[in-house]
Design a protein around this ligand. Structure first.
Ligand code: BJW
Length: 236
C-alpha cells in the first residue's frame, strides 16, 4: 500500500495549504518571490524570514486525526506483514510527530536548514532563526532544505517512491491538488503498476477522473471512517 499526502492533510492542524482560494499561501504570496532559488538569491532576508515564520508555526501545531490514522495504518499493515509506504509532499514533519516511520519527504522539510556554503544540513528546533538572513556557524547563508520550483527532488526520495509505486496494489492520494510535477504523475505510475487507486480530497482534482474511488470530504474525518470500515478494531 502506498499513501501520498499533500497540504490538505495538515490543513486541519492549522497549516495553510498552497492553492486553496481563500486560505492558501499562494493566494497571499507570489511563489516566484519566495519559493524559487532565484527569489532566495534576490532577497535572502525576505525568503528566510518567511520560511522561519512557517517553521515556527509547524513547531506550534499538533498532528490531526488524519496523521494519527495513517500512523496506525502503517503499524497495522506492518504487524500483518504487509508492505506500506508513506510518501509526503508536506514539509511540516507532522506525520513523524504522529508516529509514522520511514516517511519519504519528496519536497524536503522546513525543519531542516542547509548552509549554501559548507553544505551542512540539520534540524533546527530553535525558537527563532533571526537575525535574517539566517546564517550558518561558518558564515554562509542558511536556506530551508525544501524543494523549490525548478529544483530537482531528492534523488533517494524519488528512488524510494518509484520502487514503492512499481510494487503497489493500492494507492491512496490524500489532500493534494495533484498539479505539481513530478509527484502529480504518481497516481498514473501506480495505475501503470495495476494498483487500485483511491483519492480523498475536499474537491475533485486532475486525477479524480482516473481513480477507482473518489471520496470527497475532510481527510481528518474521511480517513478514520474509511479505515474503521476496512480494518475494524477500536475506533480510528
Ligand atoms: C483537503 C483539506 C482537508 C484542503 N482534507 N483535503 C511537468 C509538467 C508541468 C510542470 C512541470 C513538470 N515538471 C516540472 C514542472 C515544473 C514544476 C511544476 O510542477 N509546476 C506546476 C505547478 C505546473 N515542478 C517543479 O519545479 C519540481 N521540480 C522538478 O520537476 O524538477 C525537475 C525539473 C526542473 C526544472 C525543469 C524541469 C524539470 C519541484 C516542485 C517543488 C514544489 N515545491 C513546493 C514548495 C515547497 C516548499 C514550501 O513549503 O514552501 O511544494 S510548491 C507546493 O506545492 C509545495 C507542495 O508540496 C506542492 C503541492 O501542493 P499540495 O500539497 O498539493 O497542496 P495544494 O495547496 O496545492 O492542495 C491542497 C489540496 O488539499 C487541495 O486539493 C484541497 O482541496 C485539499 N484540501 N483541505 C482533504 N481538510
Amino acid at each position: 500500500m502506498v499513501v501520498l499526502t499533500g497540504a490538505g492533510v495538515s490543513a486541519e492542524s492549522g497549516i495553510p495549504t498552497f492553492r486553496d482560494a481563500l486560505s492558501g499561501l499562494w493566494a497571499r504570496f507570489d511563489p516566484e518571490d519566495l519559493a524559487t532559488p532565484e527569489a532566495f538569491e534576490r532577497d535572502p532576508r525576505l525568503v528566510t524570514e518567511w520560511y522561519d515564520q512557517r517553521r515556527q508555526n509547524c513547531m506550534r501545531v499538533k498532528p490531526n486525526r488524519a496523521h494519527v490514522a495513517l500512523a496506525r495504518l502503517q503499524r497495522e499493515m506492518n504487524a500483518a506483514g504487509r508492505a506500506f509506504r508513506l510518501l509526503t509532499q508536506n514539509v511540516d514533519r507532522l506525520h513523524q510527530a504522529a508516529g509514522s516511520c520511514d516517511v519519504v519527504e519528496l519536497h524536503g522539510s522546513i525543519m531542516e536548514w542547509r548552509c549554501v556554503s559548507c553544505g551542512e544540513s540539520r534540524e533546527r528546533r530553535e525558537p527563532s532563526l533571526a537575525p535574517y538572513p539566517s546564517r550558518c556557524g561558518c558564515g554562509g547563508l542558511l536556506r530551508p532544505d525544501v524543494v523549490w520550483f525548478g529544483e530537482v527532488l531528492p534523488e533517494s526520495a524519488v528512488r524510494l517512491a518509484c520502487l514503492a509505486l512499481e510494487q503497489c496494489d493500492l494507492f491512496i492520494s490524500v489532500g493534494t491538488s495533484a498539479v505539481v510535477y513530478p509527484v502529480a504523475g504518481f497516481a498514473h505510475l501506480a495505475k501503470s503498476a495495476s494498483a487500485r487507486t483511491l483519492e480523498i480530497n475536499l474537491e475533485p482534482t486532475p486525477i479524480s477522473a482516473t481513480v477507482d474511488w473518489l471520496v470527497l470530504g475532510q481527510a481528518g474525518c474521511r480517513l478514520p471512517t474509511l479505515l474503521q470500515a476496512a480494518m475494524g478494531g477500536e475506533p480510528w
